[in-house]
Design a binder for this molecule. Structure first.
Ligand code: SAM
Ligand code: SF4
Length: 327
């Protein structure tokens, strides 16, 4: 059976699909002025187009899909999209990355539709600090939603926090306290430079290695890397139920562990988060008869995937901010 494998031998069982570019938050590192609609952007993929897309990827070995954005919960048909993804033969894990603002109202439905993995972005556990970073004073509400997700017994609940010098670099004790009794994995993500945030990046970039030194001092130990693991470095501590993952896109071996492809909300394949080309798949998603054509296009495009990104040289490719591609 044909499968998604590139010329460097990397496999791609993981697809990150942006379902909408718009967002209702104003995270200072992502959309500091809020989402500005782009009149030239084609409409997001519909549910049938998404089903054909996921079916095509699954036929080539994709086993996990992450729905992201923008803010995916802004789509009223998100529950239907989850249901469609869950019904695609071969797809085993359905993940969602969200700012969590609709979690308390919607998580039960998403779970019932087949959601298995949840990531919620929480950049600070201090309410005022959270409001300062995201532009919205919704932390208690989001934390309630996370408790509900834990009660529903999803396969994994994770928190994402972007490391920000001067904004949340004093939050480690609060995060550790939160992890003591909760089976949650907290992912600290090193701030990435994008087309729009150069000045911000210079001011707030905080090296993941500095945080890892602090964790090791606190007794956290690096776990051996699982063969199918993504780019996160995982830490555990015997006194804590939770774990910590470090996502350090500037580290040397980051791209060697790449196991993911991306599709934007309007159906462009992106081979790399910071790549220079978007390959339009939408024309191949209009009819069930196009399945073979779609499969052939995916295989041939994968042949063009580069070994690594150009972030070290400040090359951010087509990505003005991560909401535009699905971080
Ligand atoms: N709106 C959803 C959310 O915030 O979870 C999903 C989309 S958001 C673009 C996905 C993830 O990318 C979030 O965890 C966010 O914190 C992260 N992110 C956004 N911009 C980033 C940047 N410049 N560097 C590192 N992570 C970033
Ligand atoms: Fe919106 Fe997510 Fe970007 Fe924050 S990180 S502005 S919630 S897309």
């Amino acid at each position: 059976m044909a499968s998604l494998i590139d010329r460097y031998g990397r496999r791609f069982p993981y697809l990150r699909l942006s379902v909408i570019e718009a967002c209702n938050f104003r995270c200072s590192y992502c959309l500091p002025k809020g989402y500005q609609a782009r009149p030239d952007l084609p409409r997001h993929l519909g549910v049938d187009e998404i089903r054909r897309l996921l079916t095509g990827f699954a036929r080539l070995g994709m086993r996990k899909v992450r729905l992201t954005g923008g803010e995916p919960s802004l789509r009223r048909d998100l529950t239907d999209i989850i249901g469609v993804a869950a019904a695609v033969p071969g797809v085993e894990k359905i993940a969602l990355t969200t700012n969590g603002v609709l979690l308390p109202q919607r998580i039960d439905d998403w779970r019932a539709a087949g959601l298995s993995h949840l990531n919620v972005s929480v950049d600070a556990l201090d309410r005022a600090r959270f409001a300062e970073i995201t532009g919205h004073d919704r932390l208690p509400h989001i934390l309630d939603g996370i408790e509900r997700a834990l009660a529903l017994g999803l396969s994994a609940v994770k928190l994402n926090a972007v490391l920000l010098r001067g904004l949340n670099d004093d939050q480690l004790p609060a995060f550790l306290d939160y992890l003591r009794d909760r089976p949650i994995s907290l992912r600290f993500i090193e701030l990435m430079q994008t087309g729009d945030n150069l000045e911000y990046f210079r001011r707030h970039h905080y090296r993941a290695e500095a945080l890892e030194d602090a964790l090791q001092t606190e007794g956290w130990g690096l776990l051996p890397r699982a063969a199918d693991a993504g780019p996160a470095r995982e830490y555990a501590h015997p006194d804590y139920r939770g774990r910590i993952g470090i996502i350090a896109p500037y580290s040397r071996d980051f791209c060697a562990g790449c196991n993911r492809l991306r599709v934007t909300s309007s159906g462009d394949l992106r081979l790399c988060l910071f790549g220079n080309v978007g390959i339009p798949l939408r024309p191949l998603l209009q009819d069930e008869d196009q399945a073979d054509e779609l499969q052939a296009a995916l295989i041939s495009q994968l042949g063009l995937k580069a070994l690594g990104h150009g972030l070290h040289e400040g090359q951010t490719g087509l990505t003005p901010h991560l909401a535009s591609i699905g971080g």
